[in-house]
Design a protein around this ligand. Structure first.
Ligand code: AMP
Length: 372
C-alpha cells in the first residue's frame, strides 16, 4: 500500500495512523512547525530531506487547515503528493470560504469584511445589533471571536481590523455536522448527521447519529457534495451547520477528519479515519457499514486520565498523550449501545468517574437522549 504522510502531529493524525494499520497503509506524521517526521503512532522524531519525503509518500494530507505560510509548508504544498490544494487554499481563510459558499448558493450567515471601526458600525446597520466577529485566519475552538453589540463598547483589538469578518448572529435550534467523503471516481459516502454541543467555543459532546434528522440528511448531503465537487476534493470533509427554521446554514467547513466525527470510531465498524484513508488511496466506497443506533462522544478537556474508564461497559476511550492544560482537548470517550435505554445506563455508569464539569456535559447528553 502507498504510504501516507499527514501534516500535523496531533491527535487526528495519530488516530489516522492507527486506522491505517487496519488496511496495511503506513501512515506517518509531520510536525508542521519543526518539519520533523513522527513515524506512525510513535512519538519518535526524525528528520528527512524534502526530496526523500516526496519520494517516499505518494499521498500527503493534513490534520489541520491552519498550516501557516512557512517555507517548509510551501515546499510540502508544492510536491506532487500534496492533496486537495484548492480546498487548502480557500477553506482556511474565512473570507474566502464564505465567498465560495455565497457563489455556490449554499446557505451561510450573511457576513461582511471589516477593515476598520466604521465597517463595524455599517455591519451592525446591515446585519443586526448582535454580531459574531471572527478572525479570517487561525480561529478555532472559539479563539479569535468577539460578540459586539450595537451601541456598546467592544473588546476587539484595533490591530485586528483588516483581518476580520462580521457575521449576523444566527438564531439556531441546534448545531449539527455532516462528515462525508468524495472518492476520486466522483462517488460520495456520508455518515449520518451528528448533533454537537459547544461550550466556550469548544465541542464538549456529540450524539451520532443525531436524533430527528430525517428531513435534514438529504439537504446536508446535497450541500456538502456541491462544495466537494466544486473543489474537486478527494477525502473526508466536515461541514458544521446551524439548524434554523429556514433549514441548515453552514457555519464552517474543515478539509479533514473532524472532532464531530469521532463517534464513528465506536458507532460504526468503518470510521471517518478509515473513510479518509480509503478515499485517498483509491479504495472502494463502503457498502452500508454496520452501525450502533446511538453513540455519545464526550470530549475530555483539561482533565486527568482515569485508568478505570476503560473497564466500564459500552465504553471506548482515546487518550492523546498530550501535556495537560486547561481547556485543552486531551482525549475523548465514545459510548455506544443498541438502544437509548442501554446507552443511558452506560452513561450513568460513567458518571461517578468524571469531574463535575464533564458530569454536567454528560448529563446534558443523557437528557437529550431521553428526549429523543
Ligand atoms: P466557530 O469557531 O465558527 O465554529 O464558532 C464557535 C461557536 O460559536 C459555534 O459552534 C457556535 O456555537 C457559535 N457561533 C459561531 N458563529 C455564529 C453565528 N454566526 N451565530 C451564532 N452563533 C455562532
Amino acid at each position: 500500500m502507498k504510504p501516507v504522510l499527514v501534516v500535523g502531529a496531533g491527535q487526528l493524525g495519530l488516530m489516522m495512523a492507527a486506522a491505517g494499520a487496519r488496511f496495511g497503509i503506513p501512515v506517518d506524521r509531520m510536525d508542521h512547525v519543526t518539519g520533523e517526521l513522527v513515524p506512525g503512532t510513535s512519538n519518535l522524531r526524525l528528520t528527512m530531506p524534502l526530496d526523500e519525503i516526496e519520494q517516499r509518500y505518494d499521498i500527503i494530507t493534513a490534520e489541520l487547515e491552519h498550516l501557516g505560510d512557512t517555507p517548509l509548508l510551501n515546499s510540502v504544498k508544492a510536491t506532487k503528493s500534496w492533496q486537495n490544494a484548492a480546498a487548502f487554499e480557500i477553506l482556511p481563510t474565512r473570507e474566502k470560504q464564505k465567498r465560495m459558499l455565497d457563489e455556490l448558493q449554499v446557505a451561510t450567515a450573511p457576513w461582511q469584511f471589516l477593515n476598520n471601526q466604521d465597517d463595524l458600525l455599517n455591519a451592525h446597520a446591515e446585519l443586526g445589533d448582535k454580531l459574531v466577529v471572527k478572525s479570517i485566519r487561525d480561529g478555532y475552538d472559539g479563539k479569535g471571536q468577539w460578540r459586539p453589540v450595537a451601541g456598546q463598547s467592544h473588546d476587539i483589538p484595533a490591530e485586528a481590523f483588516g483581518g476580520l469578518i462580521a457575521e449576523a448572529m444566527v438564531d439556531f435550534s441546534r448545531e449539527v455536522s455532516l462528515v462525508g467523503a468524495r472518492f476520486a471516481n466522483g462517488e460520495y459516502y456520508f455518515f449520518p448527521l451528528t448533533e454537537n454541543y459547544h461550550h466556550e467555543g469548544i465541542l464538549r459532546y456529540s450524539l451520532g447519529p443525531a436524533p430527528k434528522t430525517e428531513d435534514l440528511q438529504a439537504d446536508a448531503q446535497t450541500m456538502l457534495s456541491k462544495i466537494m465537487e466544486h473543489l474537486d476534493y478527494v477525502g473526508v470533509m466536515a461541514m458544521e451547520c446551524f439548524q434554523t427554521e429556514q433549514g441548515l446554514i453552514v457555519n464552517e467547513l474543515a478539509p479533514r477528519v473532524h472532532n464531530s466525527g469521532h463517534w464513528t470510531q465506536a458507532g460504526s465498524d468503518y470510521s471517518q479515519f478509515d473513510l479518509h484513508l480509503s478515499a485517498l488511496t483509491g479504495a472502494a466506497v463502503p457498502h452500508q457499514p454496520k452501525r450502533f443506533p446511538v453513540t455519545v462522544m464526550l470530549n475530555l478537556i483539561g482533565c486527568e486520565w482515569n485508568a478505570e474508564w476503560q473497564a466500564l461497559p459500552g465504553i471506548q476511550c482515546y487518550w492523546y498523550g498530550k501535556e495537560r492544560r486547561d481547556k485543552r482537548k486531551l482525549g475523548h470517550i465514545n459510548l455506544s449501545a443498541s438502544s437509548v435505554e442501554e446507552l443511558v445506563a452506560h452513561c450513568e455508569g460513567l458518571m461517578p468517574y468524571l469531574d463535575e464539569e464533564h458530569k454536567g456535559f454528560l448529563a446534558e447528553a443523557v437528557a437529550l437522549l431521553n428526549a429523543s
